[in-house]
Design a protein around this ligand. Structure first.
Ligand code: GAR
Length: 219
């Protein structure tokens, strides 16, 4: 398929509702954004992220992990699909599959993940509950480049939110999610515009030590 839009192609991998996907789609609709969303790939048939892709005129693909004998063969199918669509960058936007080292290495420094905590705190699941249980007064989210270890890799951008008296997992999750929608497109723009330099586990953004950190600016 020819595409008049010459910006680099980003594939978004999602497993669910895809509100982060929507934020990326909306940001990339501005022609000044340095990349385009050219594919939405999910492992979950019927996931709402596919409806979002369709509404935006973006191709959607399903690679159902249950159709594959093991992780490497599933990932080979994902990788083939990404390359078929000419993806140059990958965003993991709530993609709830652990990726093997081979796949991660193939997309080294070209794959971004959003995680709902201020990494390196609270890798893995239930981040909001864990922040509440720890009595933290600040929580947040992180966009980072993906490395083989879970929720690990050079940090690009973080946003802080306060933990407020009376917060539940749900209210805190919503506050963090609203900031995810801000930082994911910003981080993708930085990476695709070549403004992020990576050296080992460190980043420099426009020459300054990363990650950039946005503090809370209110709801
Ligand atoms: C987001 O909160 C994202 O940070 C999280 O899944 C949610 C997906 O929401 N990802 C992870 O926990 C990965 N470790 P969305 O489908 O509405 O974008």
């Amino acid at each position: 398929m020819t595409n008049a839009d010459q910006r680099p192609c980003v594939a978004v991998l999602a497993s669910g509702g895809g509100t982060n996907l929507q934020a990326l789609i909306d940001a990339a609709q501005d022609p000044a954004f340095p990349a385009r969303i050219g594919l939405v790939l999910t492992n979950m048939p019927g996931a709402y992220c596919l409806d979002r892709a369709k509404a935006a005129g973006i191709p959607g693909a399903v690679v159902d992990h249950r159709d594959y004998a093991d992780r490497p063969t599933f990932e080979a199918a994902v990788d083939l699909t990404l390359r078929d669509y000419g993806a140059e960058f990958v965003c993991l936007a709530g993609f709830m599959r652990i990726l093997t080292e081979g796949f991660v290495r193939a997309w080294h420094d070209r794959m971004l993940n959003i995680h709902p905590s201020l990494l390196p705190k609270y890798k893995g699941l239930h981040t909001h509950r864990r922040a509440l249980e720890a009595g933290d007064d600040v929580h947040g989210c992180t966009v980072h480049l993906v490395r083989p270890e879970l929720d690990d890799g050079p940090l690009i951008l973080q946003a802080e939110v306060p933990v407020l008296p009376g917060d539940t997992e749900e209210t805190l999750q919503q506050r963090v999610l609203s900031r995810e929608h801000v930082i994911f497109p910003q981080a993708l723009a930085l990476v695709t515009a070549g403004r992020v330099e990576v050296s080992g586990s460190e980043t420099r953004i426009d020459g300054e030590p990363g990650p950039l950190r946005l503090s809370w600016a209110g709801e």
